[in-house]
Design a protein around this ligand. Sequence first.
Ligand code: NAI
Length: 395
Amino acid sequence: MIIAPKTRGFICTTAHPEGCAANIQSQIDYVKSQPEFSDAPKKVIVIGASTGYGLASRIVSAFGGGASTIGVFFEKPGTERKTGSAGWYNSVAFENAAREAGLYAKSFNGDAFSDEMKDEVIATIKEDLGEIDCIVYSLASPRRTDPIDGETYKSVLKPIGESYSQKNLNTDTGEVNSVTIEPAEGDEIAHTVKVMGGEDWELWLAALKDAGVLADGFTTVAYSYIGPELTFPIYTNGTIGKAKEHLEESAARMNEEFGGGTAYVSVNKALVTQASSAIPVVPLYISLLYKVMKEAGNHEGCIEQIQRLFSDHLASGGSPELDEQGRIRIDDWEMGEEVQAAVHEAWDNVTTENLSELSDFSGYKSEFLRLFGFGLEGVDYEAETDPERNLPSGN
Ligand code: NAI
């Protein structure tokens, strides 16, 4: 079939296998162009490995550090008549490239929150790798079925206590308008913490530890975000912020209880991913941020961010540098004073009319499409393309 983008709001319901493969290749090329790590983990599991920050973590581990990788994700394979999800094609392309480079790579498509998935992955670690020295936890999900009480919890992106009104960008029309989001009600905060907090991260680590497959000196990292004050009500002080607080508490708990390894939370930069495009207000902030950081020459995407996470912190041969709260900060360039001052000024002035002048909305849109494999150089989008692609590892 001929595969074209079909977008609806913040989702694209099609994906291009060749485009996704080109995307993976350019990330691999970037990583290979960078200096070698001093001390990289060699057996890595990435939970949420198919898109965004988790995918970049898998690519950096494998092609930067030469690691064997296990990836866990929840994606849709393509069928004869329907395209698969981008994360599926990304993972097929990743595994193909890893195998070609002689690197071990296996993937598991299913629910990372379930006990069954944990058991399956642990059985594979035992059989193939013996133990694991790094666990990257990079899930972003709107719901989670708790394996203990069997209930399905949903996460929401809402302020807490009072409603929040702010400028907003309609990414379909390019209109800058304003949005009011009502505060979380009832159990919504607790349920968001259930889904996006650290409970499942802790369950993964406990399961790996109980199975005896955690290498001595292992590291585990999960990703968080802070951002500027103008998004505090919807992010840091909102329902998702509560979940991120819980993630930090989970890291502290694991560090106290487990021993033999260390858990970190890394605060990352705001970037266009499938998860971030669903957050109100954030796409406008990202469009303004991209413009400022590209002009300043310090813009990074997921792959550059994670490369820096490994080179400066996780694979540097020393201990990671931490902030006062004990977190790794690779959002440091985003949060730099000059960058934030410029973004704030643009934020105050931006309107529908001057959007293309003050922001990098065109960059935002093209990056969004690239997530689904569209708009990549060297890909023939007019060509008949087979949407059915299989993971070489067969899962
Ligand atoms: P994403 O949407 O690109 O990736 C989410 C991953 O989770 C995918 O691999 C998906 O398959 C997997 N997944 C979702 N539900 C699953 C399930 N039930 N079982 C197995 N896999 C499942 O998201 P993104 O943006 O890379 O986010 C990853 C982490 O990074 C999140 O914790 C997010 O809060 C954090 N982060 C994101 C930032 C951003 O601007 N995008 C900034 C800072 C942190």
